[in-house]
Design a protein around this ligand. Structure first.
Ligand code: ZN
Length: 172
């Protein structure tokens, strides 16, 4: 049937393959897959945007590599939700970033480098780098971080499937 193909088309945003909706927020924030969906919904509210040609909604997920997208419009590039952001090329699980962001921005927990190092079981230098990159993300991508904060704030009341964009009302 023709509609089943469309229905299977990958898209950015929270997929319906979430862990059970009764999972606690902490469980959700330990899932790389869930955290990646959150980041994708926050960065690309209208669908994935190709980092090479700028086409929106033309990318499809690569089946072989979780988190990688390939663009049908230019057929030239592969990218992920962290491409071109301060979170790129860090070798840390995506869930680390979302959890740290949640702790600082949503839970309002002030964290020292040593506390980040202990909590995430990473070296002191890595912890320092993590804090630095989170503030760079806020500075360079205010729309994405505002939407991410909005999505995370809603989690205790049940994760919202398909993240429509949260207007950037706080951005001037
Ligand atoms: Zn492209």
């Amino acid at each position: 049937m023709s509609y089943s193909y469309r229905a299977r088309m990958p898209r950015a945003g929270l997929s319906d393959e979430l862990p059970g909706s009764r999972s606690s927020m902490q469980d959700l924030l330990r899932s790389d897959e869930f955290c990646r969906s959150l980041l994708e919904a926050a960065r690309w509210p209208a669908g994935p945007v190709c980092t090479n040609c700028g086409a929106t909604g033309e990318a499809s997920k690569l089946a072989t590599r979780p988190g990688l997208w390939t663009c049908r419009a230019c057929r030239r590039c592969q990218f992920s939700v962290t491409s071109g952001t301060p979170l790129h090329r860090t070798r840390l699980p995506v869930a680390h970033w979302v959890r740290l962001f949640h702790l600082i921005e949503v839970a309002g927990t002030p964290l020292t480098i040593s506390q980040v190092s202990r909590r995430f079981d990473v070296a002191h230098l890595t912890a320092e780098n993590m804090l630095k990159r989170i503030s760079e993300l806020k500075e360079k991508m205010p729309g994405m971080t505002t939407r991410l904060k909005g999505l995370l704030s809603e989690l205790p009341r049940g994760p919202r499937l398909y993240g429509q964009s949260t207007p950037d009302q706080n951005i001037t």
